[in-house]
Design a protein around this ligand. Structure first.
Ligand SMILES: N[C@@H](CCC(=O)N[C@@H](CS)C(=O)NCC(=O)O)C(=O)O
Length: 204
């Protein structure tokens, strides 16, 4: 306990990363001071991670104390370590992460059921896409990233289109719809990357 309180912490992360948001939530709840190292703003931090850990995935918590420096990956492990260290207890069972995981599970379950239940396939597919709306809105709220809000809009559009098709209101040319959906997603990601790169350059 004492050792951890005197430990110097740095979190390698980036805004839109949901796993990182989970660690940031724990840090806020526990009111723990941590140096934030955004790997998209400062690519040398990502390179440092790749060098010391063999991969550049985030979140990673760098813990420096009298025993030396430790690198902790895996959001679950980091959150558990933070709660055990600063509150001497396990993390709360229920969190926004639980809701997010539930929605993800529901999405996949609906997709999978649609694979076997042919007559209801369109409705199950539409419901799976509809599940993506609250899931991405929750991501947007947790990460404060507009990218997730745009993905939520895309899910809403997709699910409405599939429902209209299932109700025989419109006929969707499927391959074009798939290409349009994936294309829009790629454009959003690209726009986001460019915005980040510009912001990073502006900061010098
Ligand atoms: N199981 C890991 C997953 C970490 C992960 O997938 N992180 C993503 C970002 S959310 C990542 O670093 N992806 C590679 C990249 O962004 O270049 C955890 O819970 O921390």
């Amino acid at each position: 306990m004492l050792r951890a309180v005197t430990a110097k912490l740095a979190l390698y992360h980036y805004d839109a990363c949901g796993y990182c948001a989970r660690v940031r939530e724990a840090l806020t709840q526990l009111e723990v001071e941590v140096e934030m190292r955004d790997v998209l703003e400062e690519p040398s931090w990502r390179r440092e991670l790749a060098k010391v850990r063999g991969r550049g995935t985030v979140p990673v918590l760098r813990i420096e104390d009298e025993e030396g420096v430790r690198w902790m990956g895996e959001s679950d492990d980091i959150v558990r370590w933070l709660w055990r260290t600063y509150r001497d207890r396990e993390p709360p069972r229920f969190s926004l992460t639980t809701v997010h995981r539930g929605l993800t599970l529901a999405m996949w379950a609906l997709f999978a059921t649609g694979f076997f239940w042919f007559e209801l396939r369109s409705w199950l597919f539409a419901s799976a896409l509809a599940m993506g709306v609250p899931r991405s809105l929750l991501s947007a709220y947790r990460t404060r990233s507009p990218l997730h809000a745009m993905v939520a809009a895309l899910f809403a559009f997709g699910s409405t289109a599939v429902m209209l098709q299932a109700a025989d209101v419109v006929v969707i040319p499927w391959w074009w719809a798939v290409y349009a959906f994936v294309g829009a997603l790629l454009v959003l990601m690209l726009a986001w990357r460019i915005r980040r790169a510009r912001a990073s350059r502006a900061r010098g």
